[in-house]
Design a protein around this ligand. Structure first.
Ligand code: ATP
Length: 368
């Protein structure tokens, strides 16, 4: 049973604050992914939890006990890095067994532990090999085995598969997930890859410039991004964001994206929007490509638009549509639209529309 908590954690490197008032509660057995751009403070947060970095303010608690003054070795947490850092002169068996040496475990128990973890990681037939004879994926399996062999309270992983090629990354991603389901150890995983984050996490912690932006399940952060940063960081292709002008009367409502064409919206949404709207009144509309509906035939509520670009991606196409002065990316079934320059019709699905306050970037939380 291992829970981890960060309370008002702050960290400076010189005058630069790289972790800003971080608060986070991680439950026993949770798989948490810290997601953000390079330099946003993910690694520093992970290193602070492991005890490889001191913090300047706040508390780090493991199972309710403050540990910020404990040495790394007294926190009983294992860490796996992108570079495998295996000992080249040792066999796979010796590499995995290495952390057990300090515990003075008997030879027979060590042997059992190593073989058990090797079996879970499916490297039991590689135990006599040296690291130089292994593939990148197997090397990382050995590094994970070495981290897990002493049954640490929690597992911290810093871009553990970032150095592998795309196919292997996908394989290892599934493997890490399988391992977590089997072992159930509390895990904190750092990545800048949102697909990796979405596929692995119970909850994703999105960071930007040292500050936590949103914490939620992959579905939550995708469907209800709390601000413009999260909206554009999660999801591929990225969410369309366009300045929006809202016009409403008693029983009809329209949202314009410039250029004189307006999409019809249910007035219920607009009245919520009016209530939530900040004083600045500057709004941005957010819509994911799958929320931009395209029709080859004219239909009620659809506006005429021009096809600007078609990206065929195999199972579906991404189509850039010119709506007045604005480009909106839509997702259509493969081959549905044919040529750039063609006229088609488009509508924005009000149920998938997000509104943000442009000044603060915050979501107005308005939904149908
Ligand atoms: N030892 C250090 N001394 C000074 N500045 C540092 C140190 N370590 C990290 N930084 C700075 O702190 C900020 C956060 O770095 P950190 O490595 O935590 O970010 P990250 O989100 O993990 O990025 P990356 O994915 O590139 O590792 C960066 O601006 C980085 O340059």
């Amino acid at each position: 049973m291992t829970s981890i908590e960060l309370r008002d954690v702050q960290k400076f490197f010189g005058a630069v604050q790289v972790i800003k008032d971080m608060n986070l509660k991680i439950a026993d057995g949770e798989f948490i992914v810290l997601l953000g751009q390079s330099g946003c403070g993910k690694t520093t947060t992970l290193r602070a939890i492991a005890g490889l970095e001191t913090i300047d303010r706040g508390d780090i608690l493991i199972d309710g006990q403050p540990v910020q003054n404990l040495k790394c070795s007294d926190r009983d947490i294992a860490m796996v890095f992108q570079s495998f850092s295996l000992y080249p002169h040792m066999t796979v068996f010796e590499n995995i067994a290495f952390p057990l040496r300090a515990t003075r475990m008997s030879k027979a128990d060590t042997d059992n532990r190593v073989r058990e973890i090797a079996k879970v990681l499916r490297i039991n037939d590689l135990l006599d090999k040296r690291p130089s004879a292994l593939s990148g994926g197997d090397m990382q399996r050995v590094a994970i085995g070495r981290a897990l062999v002493r049954r640490p309270k929690a597992m911290l992983m810093d871009e553990p598969i970032g150095a592998l090629d795309a196919k292997l990354r996908e394989e290892m991603r599934a493997e890490i997930k399988r391992l977590h389901v089997k072992q159930g150890s509390t895990t904190i995983y750092v990545t800048h890859d949102q697909i990796e984050a979405m596929s692995l996490a119970d909850r994703i912690v999105i960071m930007h410039e040292g500050r936590l932006q949103q914490v939620g399940s992959p579905t939550e952060v995708y469907a209800r991004p709390s601000n413009l940063f999260v909206a554009q960081f999660v999801g591929s292709p990225v969410m369309n964001i366009a300045p929006a002008e809202v016009k409403s009367s008693k029983d009809s409502a329209e949202v314009g994206l410039g250029g004189g064409q307006n999409f019809g919206f249910p007035s219920a949404l607009i009245s919520q929007l009016d209530a939530a709207r900040s004083r600045s009144g500057q709004l941005a509309l957010g819509i994911r490509p799958e929320g931009v509906l395209v029709s080859r035939e004219e239909k009620k509520g659809y506006l005429p638009v021009e096809i600007h670009l078609i990206e065929p991606l195999g199972s579906y196409d991404i189509v850039d549509l010119k709506v007045g002065e604005q480009l909106l990316r839509a997702r259509t079934r493969s081959g549905y639209v044919e040529r750039t320059g063609d006229k088609v019709y488009a509508r924005i699905d009000p149920e998938q529309t997000h509104f943000f306050d442009t000044a603060s970037g915050n979501s107005l939380g308005v939904r149908l």
